[in-house]
Design a protein around this ligand. Structure first.
Ligand SMILES: *Cc1c(COP(=O)(O)O)cnc(C)c1O
Length: 381
């Protein structure tokens, strides 16, 4: 049996390992100096205020909360996203309102957004699917016209650029994830990037159970003993161990960018050859998180996945539409034609920093063979 090719994985070097050992040796594992350092490095990277969090999900939830999103509010979002986006919205008490997507980018379709706006609508959460931001300008224009907040779910897009600015800095507030398989990881973790100082200050307290000023104390390796709380908080801070991994990963961003782009470019050539080309990204600008193809309509995706698995190649589906889930089924759903159609055809191929050219060719050759077999099976039936 050939070596297993994983769909995604972390890529950890001696840089991260050394930093983690440093934290272990200091025996201060919680939120302290290393989180302060990581936050400062991210602040420099974005040239904006940053708050580190326990996950991308908690970053989104706290950002929504900091903007006052709460029950009886509606938040417009795509259905083709990780459940995290949707649960972050419903955690605030607000209702996710599912909007259809553009078939070429799988990001929210601005033309559909306006049809969903009601008196209760407060925010739009665009998801930068696979790394690209879609029609972000149009989304901001609609938001401005209807006085809505935009919070970008930038979990897929760390390291990318939009209009020659870093993704996450072209609007007001964006949330990133540093979970194990994202463009950079801090083990688990995430951050909120915002130009809105009030929002940042609020989240700094919310992440530490609402304890006012506790972030500064912890960065000085202290704790708050007598304090005030004026808002629901959560235990959503980042730990020193996580930050140590994050610091190491951020220093390797250039390596990750080169490798991820190289892999995606090679896939593009191969997919064009076998007729599965799909999202057209400019890889000089964005840093791809996942590589998604659209199978020809007559090909059975589950058959392809099964055969790839038999060849020891993992594949994925990004994502099972959230409006199919029991918890979210009953929200006011219009038919999402593009989402429902495209979901059946999408397939995610392996993409991570440590994939080599031979493995990419093994993946694409195997896929080609399976598609051809599937076609001849169809013809024989
Ligand atoms: C990973 C991810 C999140 C959540 O991030 P976690 O760090 O796993 O909580 C949110 N949205 C999208 C689109 C993601 O891929």
């Amino acid at each position: 049996m050939k070596k297993l090719i994983r769909l995604s994985k972390s890529s950890l070097s001696n840089i991260e390992k050394k930093l983690v050992i440093e934290v272990l040796d200091e025996e201060f594992l919680g939120m302290g100096k290393y989180v302060d350092i990581f936050e400062n490095k991210l602040r420099k990277y974005f040239n904006r205020e940053v708050v580190c969090t326990s996950s991308g999900t908690s970053a989104l939830q706290m950002a929504l909360q900091a903007y006052g999103i709460t029950k009886n509010h509606e938040v417009i979002v795509t259905s083709l996203t990780y459940i995290a986006t949707i649960q972050a919205i419903s955690a605030t008490g607000a209702m996710p309102i599912f909007c259809d997507i553009d078939e070429d980018s799988l990001t929210i379709n601005p033309e559909e957004i306006e049809k969903l706006i009601t008196k209760k609508t407060r925010a739009i959460v665009p998801v930068h699917y696979s790394g690209g931001v879609g029609k972000l300008d149009k989304i901001y224009n609609i938001a401005k016209k209807h006085k809505l907040i935009v919070i970008e779910d930038a979990a897929h897009s760390f390291g990318g650029y939009y209009k020659n600015k870093k993704i996450g800095t072209t609007g007001e507030t964006a949330c990133f994830s540093f979970d194990g398989i994202k463009n950079i990881t801090s083990g688990e973790g995430g951050c909120v990037v915002s130009s809105n100082k009030k929002v940042i200050e609020k989240i700094k307290d919310i992440r530490l159970l609402g304890v006012k000023g506790d972030s500064e104390n912890r960065f000085n390796q202290k704790r708050s003993w007598e304090f005030d709380v004026d808002e629901q908080g959560w235990r959503y801070h980042m730990s020193n161990i996580m930050a140590a991994i994050g610091i190491g990963q951020l220093s390797r961003l250039n390596e990750f960018a080169i490798n991820r782009r190289k892999i995606a470019n090679l896939y593009d050539i191969e997919m064009k050859r076998i007729g599965c080309e799909f999202i057209k990204h400019n890889y000089n600008k964005i840093l791809p998180h996942i590589y998604v193809i659209k199978l020809p309509i007559e090909i059975d995706r589950d058959y392809v996945r099964k055969k790839m698995e038999e060849n020891n190649i993992q594949t994925g589906i990004h994502y099972y539409p959230n409006h199919y889930l029991t918890k979210y089924k009953n929200s006011k759903i219009k038919k999402l034609n593009v989402t429902e159609k495209v979901y059946k055809q999408i397939l995610t191929l392996p993409l991570h920093n440590d994939l080599n050219n031979n493995e990419i060719m093994r993946i694409t050759k195997t896929l080609e063979k399976i598609i051809n077999e599937s076609r001849s099976n169809n013809n024989n039936n």
